[in-house]
Design a protein around this ligand. Sequence first.
Ligand code: ADP
Ligand code: MG
Length: 247
Amino acid sequence: MGKKELSWRKREQFIEDNGIIFLDNVSKVYSKGAPAINGITLGIGKGEFVFIVGDSGSGKSTLIRLLLRELTATSGNVYVMGSDLANLKHRQVPKFRRNLGVVFQDFRLLNDRNVYENVAFAQRIIEVPAGEIRRNVPTILATVGLAGKYKAKTRQLSGGEQQRVALARALVNKPSILLADEPTGNLDPKNSWEIMMLLEEINQSGTTVVVVTHNREIVNAMHKRVVTMKRGIIISDEEGGEYIDED
Ligand code: ADP
Ligand code: MG
């Protein structure tokens, strides 16, 4: 059996098994140094909630960027929602990303716009009709607890509020997958909990959620699947896992 055929069979099996993310022996080498990701195989099913943990530099953000198709793998295959990302043409990437919501540690909002505009922007990019935008934005803002803050400029908001705006923006187009790279890294414990509870709610409504975090207390309390990375490999992957102490 040719190598290509083997990959196809794996892909078919993966979709049959309700998989939505599948990395098949994936490595990523930046121009210099050791591989950031070194032969990772990882499958995530539709509707799962997964924490990715590990020391700084272990490859977590690289993994997220591979899933977003911001990076391409040096070797191996990355499948997301049935597509082999290596085969996606540049012009297909925007359409692919419509089904992915993403949130970062530093919020990445448009700070000269108000809350409403930040969220509406995501809908305008995909050409949602104006009438629908006017319905969708308030609905999602209420979901994240920001009803009544539409007109605030984002820079006037607290960190917790800014992250809620980022979440609303990530969710307004109803993505199948939400990727969050250290979403609570700049938040105090109370806001961190509130954001994680929102992520759990989003997951319960059917969205697959992948969260990179250093928040040991929350990981240990939530009893989710925990994938631990170290120097570009997965050293543990457990349902109802705990944050592994490396020190
Ligand atoms: P983490 O998110 O777990 O902290 P990263 O995925 O950011 O880890 O980084 C993994 C490794 O890849 C680190 O050694 C880091 O220095 C390196 N790295 C990350 N981004 C780049 C880049 N753009 N160019 C070169 N090396 C990078
Ligand atoms: Mg990182």
